[in-house]
Ligand binder design. Structure first.
Ligand SMILES: NC(=O)c1ccc[n+]([C@@H]2O[C@H](COP(=O)([O-])OP(=O)(O)OC[C@H]3O[C@@H](n4cnc5c(N)ncnc54)[C@H](OP(=O)(O)O)[C@@H]3O)[C@@H](O)[C@H]2O)c1
Length: 313
């Protein structure tokens, strides 16, 4: 099979196509013929050496966690999937999922059946970023109808799923983005858009119950004054320090870090949200397999609207 491999950390050009044997499967796994892949900031951080875990590059590695495709072989302990099923999921996170390939071995319990009304590309992008939004907003957020919810980087991969999921809970949603993405954020269903550039957020945003931080420590400090006493902030970036904890404690605000995790119930719930169109993934860039270095360059701009898909022929 063709795979995109990395022999040394580096820029996007360090990714190149190689011929490798197709993977074997364990009894609990399925073999997927890959139709589409997606990428995230974590992919580019891992490629360039800026991730929280180091790569063992003693032999070439295949990156990638997000995948959709067709099941072509099933391990003898797998009960939930069969040959011919269209599937999608985030594979192997935070270890190597090895999805940048024509064939991928995947634990069956990290996959859901792809809804028929969703393309392979739409399914592939609704994986790591969608699970992050699902686990922070729906599972851990304790968000109730009419709660005021602030989503930072609402136009991004995680943010655009988070806005739609918070709206599905009946929240009043405020999304931050640059002016170029105002209409996109409001189009997702946000009740308010706020330009984060050059603005004192305290003048624009008051008394929120919940904040999803997608930007890190400085942004957490900017966000704490906007939150009600006993509100909640979940960050998806490392960086909660003593200063943040002290300021949060003074208002009884619950601040925590969340790292996305594979979860069968959650990926199946996302399949349901896609099927009934509660959540619509937005793909702003669709690259070919051979264009993976270009996909990484786009991801590294930090300006991607929604998600990047990579189609595999
Ligand atoms: N802990 C976890 O499990 C986890 C999971 C997923 C992602 N993450 C991390 O979370 C971060 C976001 O991930 P992502 O996939 O959503 O990234 P992304 O898709 O690359 O985010 C791009 C978006 O960020 C917006 N943006 C950039 N700077 C901004 C600012 N200062 N204020 C508001 N919006 C801003 C951009 O909108 P504008 O052009 O309008 O500024 C753009 O639409 C990354 O650092 C990623 O590594 C962590």
């Amino acid at each position: 099979m063709k795979a995109i491999v990395l022999n040394k950390v580096g820029n996007s050009e360090a990714l190149h196509i190689a011929e490798l044997p197709s993977p074997n499967i364990l009894p609990t796994e399925v073999l997927i013929k890959v139709k589409a892949i997606s990428i995230n900031p974590a992919d580019t951080k891992l490629r360039s050496g800026g991730y929280f875990r180091e790569l063992d590059l003693s032999s070439a590695v295949i990156l990638g966690w997000d995948v959709s495709g067709e099941v072509v072989s099933v391990g003898n302990e797998v009960k939930n999937l069969k040959v011919g099923d269209g599937v999608f999921g985030m594979i192997g996170f935070p270890d190597l999922g090895k999805t940048y390939a024509e064939y991928v071995s995947a634990p069956a319990n990290e996959l859901a059946v792809k809804p028929k009304n969703v393309s392979f590309e739409q399914a592939a992008v609704s994986t790591l970023a969608a699970l992050t939004a699902y686990q922070t907003i729906i599972v851990k957020g304790s968000i109730k109808p009419n709660d005021r919810v602030l989503i930072h980087a609402a136009a991004g991969g995680v943010g655009h799923f988070a806005v739609q999921m918070a709206k599905s809970l009946g929240a009043y949603v405020i999304g931050t983005a640059s002016p170029a993405n105002r209409d996109f954020v409001l189009g997702l269903g946000a009740d308010e858009y706020v330009d984060y550039k050059g603005n004192n957020l305290e003048e624009k945003i008051k008394e929120v119950d919940f904040v999803l931080d997608t930007l890190g420590a400085d942004n957490i400090l900017r966000s704490l004054p906007l939150i009600k006493n006993e509100g909640k902030l979940i960050t998806i970036l490392h960086g909660i320090d003593d200063n943040i904890t002290e300021k949060a404690n003074s208002k009884n605000i619950d601040v925590s870090f969340h790292l996305v995790e594979p979860n069968n119930a959650h990926i199946n719930a996302i399949a349901g949200l896609l099927q009934n169109k509660t959540v619509k993934p937005h793909i702003s860039h669709n690259f070919s397999f051979e264009q993976m270095p270009d996909a990484h360059k786009q991801q590294e701009t930090g300006r991607t609207v929604g998600k990047i898909a990579i189609s595999v022929q």
